[in-house]
Design a protein around this ligand. Structure first.
Ligand SMILES: C[S@@+](CC[C@H](N)C(=O)[O-])C[C@H]1O[C@@H](n2cnc3c(N)ncnc32)[C@H](O)[C@@H]1O
Length: 267
């Protein structure tokens, strides 16, 4: 998986990109990395919508499972005043995420650790909210993932989930942003995800299919990214972006994949 996500030079690329864009790399502002640090369908709009749907507030301790370079974690801490612990499998993302957090002045509220979302290094009931966006596509054992997220939230705590799931038509067109080939892609149908979330001990309070919004988002992004990239874009994190975004739009259009937003409460 590291081959999909890790380039080995993400931090210098981002810092150089900030300078080239006329921004201060020592004091990173809320919108400075908006083009690349929220690595999921609909970008920061999706994070804001999920935060509102799951009622995140200043008292919440939030776990972001599969947090990437921490853009959504910083967004949540800034906008809602919560404390966020991110966990990510990719060591380079963890290192970059913590350095960007420090440069954004948020190190007192956001911390990122390396780890596996199916084997979390936290005691039971440690968090108020288990949050995960667009990481489960790389995780084969989703029953274990949701059980682990249930374990680390308090009774009455929430699950906030935003993920790509499998559609009725298969297979996917590859490469996609999370996998170059089927070996790293583990999509399950929406109904199966729903069942697994409930079997893990969550009661679902919101279930929305956002695929109709995802299609134009990725189609437009694929076209925009076919032009020479600006200094700060998602191409600093993954290669072959126009092809991957184009395939994703096509997978959504042909009902090979869908996008689901879910909020659930731990019983
Ligand atoms: C498409 S990125 C999304 C990142 C972030 N959630 C966001 O929305 O910006 C998927 C992330 O999931 C992480 N990931 C995949 N499998 C994981 C696992 N088993 N445990 C923790 N992180 C994982 C990858 O390293 C990658 O950073």
């Amino acid at each position: 998986m590291e081959a999909v996500y890790s380039t080995g030079h993400i931090l210098p690329s981002i810092l150089n990109g900030l300078v080239a864009a006329g921004k201060d790399p020592e004091h990173i502002g809320p919108d400075d990395l908006v083009m690349l640090e929220e690595f999921h369908t609909l970008g920061p709009m999706a994070t804001a919508a999920l935060a509102q749907a799951s009622g995140i507030g200043p008292e919440d301790q939030v776990l972001d499972a599969g947090c990437g370079i921490g853009g959504p974690a910083r967004h949540l801490a800034r906008a809602y005043g919560c404390r966020v612990t991110g966990v990510d499998f990719t060591p380079e993302f963890v290192e970059v995420g913590n350095e960007l957090t420090r440069r954004a002045g948020l190190a007192d509220r956001v911390d990122i650790v390396q780890g596996d979302a199916t084997d979390l290094p936290f005691p039971p009931g440690r968090f108020d909210v288990a949050w995960t966006q667009h990481a489960a596509m790389n995780i084969a054992d989703k029953a274990l993932l949701y059980r682990e997220l249930r374990r680390v939230v308090k009774p009455g705590g929430r699950l906030a989930l935003f993920d790509v799931v499998g559609g009725p038509i298969q297979p996917l067109h590859f490469p996609v942003p999370w996998a170059d080939d089927p070996a790293w892609s583990f999509l399950e149908p929406a109904d199966r995800i729903r069942d697994l979330v409930q079997e893990a001990g969550f009661g679902i309070t919101l279930w929305e299919d956002l695929t109709e919004q995802a299609i134009p988002f990725f189609a437009a992004a694929a076209v925009a990214m076919a032009a020479p990239p600006g200094p700060l874009g998602i191409h600093l994190l993954v290669d072959n972006v126009p092809t991957k975004f184009g395939n994703l739009a096509r997978n959504f259009e042909e009902d090979r994949a869908r996008v689901i937003r879910c909020v659930a409460v731990a019983g």
